[in-house]
Design a protein around this ligand. Sequence first.
Ligand SMILES: [Zn+2]
Ligand SMILES: [Zn+2]
Length: 360
Amino acid sequence: METCNAAVITEHNKPLTIQKVQIPNLDPGSLLIKITASTLCGTDVHRWHGPLGDKDSLPIVTGHEPCGTVQDIAGERTDILGNPVKRGDRVVWSYVACGSCYYCTVACQPCICRGRASWGHNRSDQHPYLLGSCAEYMYVPKECLIIKVPDEVTSASAAASACAYRTVMHGYDRLGAIKSHETVVIQGSGPLGNFATAVAKDHGAKKVLVIGAPANRLEVTKKMGADAVLNLEEVIDEKQRRQWVKDHTDGRGADVVIQVANNMAVPEGLTLLRDGGRYLNIGAGGKANIAVEKIPQEMLFITIRSGEPRHWLQAIDFLASRRKTFPFEEMISKSYKLDQINEAMTAMANYSVVKAVINF
Ligand SMILES: [Zn+2]
Ligand SMILES: [Zn+2]
């Protein structure tokens, strides 16, 4: 039995341990990937702190944002563009929807498929063992679509495209075109907020305004193209924040508001939107109530879950083709080794880094 090292959550809120986890035999069409980088995400911290949904049972290999090179393939595989996948290719890969339920086949909304598989919450002691990215190897089921990573995209940025960035691309897909006279407000200055800032600029917004914290994250936000930023820790009065947006929009409010913080930001976010505007709701976690009578007239409220395989490709393409315009690497603020997993998770938990990466 061959094994490899993996960062395993054995108890909520207790330090993770580096354990030997079994490397599975490959089923036809599946791949074994040697991980080169795994970025960490707020969701990994939530899973570590407590069960996230009733399906989580321990022990689990943490992490769901992998990039790696193909170590082994059971049979022949092609990537999402139809090109052959070879050993040594550096790749990311999509989640798997069932392909046969109402959401997959009739509604064509595979992200809300009830039988969808994802990573970072799978038991390390049950086949196929290696479905978390903080491990030396990961198993890729045959249903996953493969996206090759071009040389000009680092493994860390590619790994972040496997969650944060592809979710943002999904959001913009559902939002539709941003017109050249439109102002976009982004609530949140974490990795999603900073990536969303770059995409809004790229898609032609007249002005991109970002409300976030802390200051170190907002410095990165400015480099990603924000026209103005507002620090939540300095401007604690919601009325003043609303006035700031009004001042930037001739008193109307924003044409588009993108929420990439958490549910608690939504009530305020709706007050930043003009009548007839579009609200794109991405950030999850926490609870909030909306006063229905105060909802802007003729507005659209769009919610997003995860991403479709094509959004992985869009995120990787954006990183490669816009790399001279936006300093994407600045979003990955600190690099760790696998045995520093607890340090990395703690840094993510207390927001002292924008995004941590485990490099192998
Ligand atoms: Zn994530
Ligand atoms: Zn389905």
